[in-house]
Design a protein around this ligand. Structure first.
Ligand code: ADP
Length: 308
């Protein structure tokens, strides 16, 4: 087997209370990639369809992730990559993470799976370092592992898969405004009040327990972020209204997807998620800002092999 085609999903990182540690994968949007094994220790991005992103391997996150894998391999192998991108870069839905994760999962299959999912996340994180300046794992982990993930520790890297209730749906709206990840990081405070930290880790624990017990009410109560959201949400027009109106029609809760500007809401069942989609659209129609909306079940599988 020398060639493989994969689907690689968009992801929602942070998930309200879990800044830099929690994330989950979506069924859509997602990209497709073709990865080919070659007998030359190099990485070539041959095709980039959908968005205008660099073809130079060291400037494309897929290339950077694969180069970091090749760095640890003694064999004379390398990879050629084609990317068919549907997830808009800079949307807050893990566009770069999808490319990094898809590339390393596909390459690992072609090599006979020498690496664990945690190893793959470590390589993919180098792609994230290129995209945002920090090697965070909260998008690449759910893309690789599927479902919900918790990055319990970065040093050493310890990624935990968390059970995902069957009826959990996400509605994600991407308003067409630009929020730079670097700006979204810079405005954060460097110091926290202990009382806020206590509330936040209570919520992270509650969210994990709620997911594992399929306790939708507990999931909803725990989707609260007292640290990052109060500051970052200022960058997103109509944020509070979207949240409020989504909850009125039955959403469990939600927040900023990644560093924004996308907003995610979680719901029990597709019917409620559809209602959330309608009120999100209505809110942004009123404000007069264009948007994309994605409705998706939480994707339990992550990167999926489409064919060889
Ligand atoms: P978000 O998570 O908000 O969607 P990203 O983490 O996807 O944002 O960051 C996008 C940045 O990464 C852009 O600056 C883009 O140019 C860069 N980039 C490099 N290679 C890729 C790739 N293969 N896919 C997506 N973005 C890439």
């Amino acid at each position: 087997m020398n060639e493989i085609r994969v689907f690689t999903p968009g992801t929602v990182a942070n998930v309200a209370c879990g800044f830099d540690v929690m994330g989950f994968a979506l069924d859509s949007p997602g990209d497709e990639m073709v990865v080919r094994k070659i007998t030359e220790k190099t990485v070539r991005i041959l095709k980039m369809e959908g968005f205008n992103l660099p073809l130079e391997a060291h400037k494309n996150v897929a290339g950077v992730a694969l180069l970091s894998m090749l760095n640890e391999l003694n064999d004379n192998v390398g990879f050629e990559v084609e990317i068919y991108k549907k997830i808009k870069p800079g949307s807050g839905i893990g566009s770069s993470a999808a490319s990094s994760a898809g590339a390393v999962v596909a390459a690992n299959k072609l090599l006979g799976e020498p690496y664990s999912n945690t190893d793959l996340a470590r390589f993919a994180m180098e792609g994230e370092r290129l995209a945002s300046g920090t090697a965070h794992a909260d998008n690449v982990a759910p893309a690789i592992f599927g479902g919900f993930t918790l990055v319990r520790s970065y040093h050493p890297l310890d990624i935990i898969s968390i059970d995902t209730p069957d009826e959990l749906y996400a509605t994600v709206i991407h308003p067409q405004i630009e929020v730079k990840t670097s700006d979204a990081r810079e405005i954060l405070k460097r110091n926290l009040l202990l009382k806020d930290a206590i509330r936040q880790w209570g919520n992270v624990g509650g969210l994990v327990a709620g997911l594992m017990r399929s306790d939708y009410e507990l999931i909803g109560r725990s989707l609260e972020d007292v640290i990052v959201e109060p500051i970052r949400s200022i960058l997103i027009p109509a944020f509070q209204e979207v949240k409020l109106r989504s909850k009125e029609v039955g959403a469990l809760g939600g927040g900023i997807s990644g560093s924004g500007p996308s907003i995610f809401m979680l719901s029990r069942g597709q019917e409620t998620a559809e209602k959330v989609k309608a009120v999100m659209a209505e809110t942004y129609d009123k404000v007069g800002i264009d948007y994309d909306i994605h409705l998706s079940k939480v994707n339990k599988q992550g990167v999926k092999i489409l064919g060889r």
